[in-house]
Design a binder for this molecule. Sequence first.
Ligand SMILES: Cc1cc2nc3c(=O)[nH]c(=O)nc-3n(C[C@H](O)[C@H](O)[C@H](O)COP(=O)(O)OP(=O)(O)OC[C@H]3O[C@@H](n4cnc5c(N)ncnc54)[C@H](O)[C@@H]3O)c2cc1C
Length: 456
Amino acid sequence: MTPDLDVAVVGAGIAGLTAAHELRRAGLTVRVYEHLPEVGGRMRSVRHEGWTVDTGAEQVAPRGYRATWELLRRLGVCPADVPRVGGALAVWRDGRARLGVGENTAVLTGAGLSARARPALAAFSARTGRHRARFDGDRPEATPFGAATVRQVAARYHPDLHDYLLQPVAGCFFGWDTARSTAAPLVSLLLESGAPSGWRTYRGGMDFLARRLAEGTDVAAGRTVREVTDAGGHAVLRFDDGQVRARAAVLAVPAPVAAALRPDAPADERPFLDACAFTPMLKVSCLLDRPLAPPARRPLHVLLTPAVEEDVLSGVVVDHAKDPGRAPAGRGLVTLVAGPRRVRDLLDADGDEAADVLVRAAERYVPGIAGACRHRLVHAFRHGLPEAGPRALRERSGFVARPARAVEYAGDWVMLRPASEGAVRAGALAASRVLSRLGRRRPAGLDRAEEIRATA
Ligand SMILES: Cc1cc2nc3c(=O)[nH]c(=O)nc-3n(C[C@H](O)[C@H](O)[C@H](O)COP(=O)(O)OP(=O)(O)OC[C@H]3O[C@@H](n4cnc5c(N)ncnc54)[C@H](O)[C@@H]3O)c2cc1C
């Protein structure tokens, strides 16, 4: 039977849209099926009475996001559309915000580390610097840290390195429990992304790139895919009201969703799919009647709240400092991020109740926030970020070496990189694999040359 289209992509997050973009460039007919009414996935933004609220991702970096910047250049996006974030990154310690986290000066200033812990930061930086080339974000399984967890790696150093640097960063940005997640992807990402003072955000909302990619792409929004099978050389997608046949499918959804959609996944795919757990994330955005922020010597973009000092929150994001366009003039926008210890309970709670808990906890860092809050928006992600546990790290190389097939995968989890750059690279890689299998010329790609074995 003739297929309905060349490639069906499941999921209009940044990975699926990148894959679709690459495949369309190669001349294939592509349709993207998206469960939600809008594109963007974990990079969606919502608009409310003049506020622009980033529901998931907050920023990108000028370094370590090679494929993203290449894609932006190709789409004709000018640098002014990706401005530098305003405000600094700080960590809370002993009742106040400590500036300079992640900056080169941190070895001297401490940036929240006690004086006795600063040599530990210097030693850690020297160790990772010595092996810099082996911290390759594309091959997290090949770093000198092996499958050691963040906590295991930190145990060699003064406890402050874990408590006031690695845990707060991993907890706030990735929702990670440092006893479960491996150090390799975290350290590779930090080394590649560079200092937080250089980070960027998309003007007008983090959904900017998804919206640009979706222009001219055939996106069927509000269409939930129930099952995807490999019917001997082509893919079959099943919906509640019928099915679609395509020469290839790309499952650009979080790994647990992909595993559920693909009950017949081959033996060389299943171990990684099953090992690839996700951490949940929950954020509450507070639309404020004035631009409140945590008190500090300089305006803050993010205040990390370490688990040793704070149970409920992992951080406070000052969105109106990040980019003034996120809030109307004279107003504020502050987003509270739930901590890894409490997030599962809060996900099960009613949205208002979760918001109450987070706002109450935030009074300690942003005095007056409850009174200034005109409206609250809760963003809940059961599949927030790839957890990158030891088993996933060990199983990844087998998954990457599998032959190209009718059903391919994309998403940040494929790269075990808990950032949108991982999604872009995985989308590009999936497109390359589809093109190689269909015998099509691969246009100059965004992916690094990865070994792709076409099926015989
Ligand atoms: C709270 C949070 C903060 C983050 N902060 C940053 C940051 O600051 N910087 C950064 O670079 N990255 C950040 N990230 C990570 C970044 O958002 C992700 O890496 C990236 O968006 C993942 O894109 P994706 O396409 O792989 O997956 P997703 O964005 O999850 O896309 C999957 C899509 O598939 C759809 N879908 C699911 N099931 C089906 C189905 N059955 N049928 C049809 N469609 C389906 C979903 O609705 C979704 O749109 C953050 C993530 C979160 C959650």
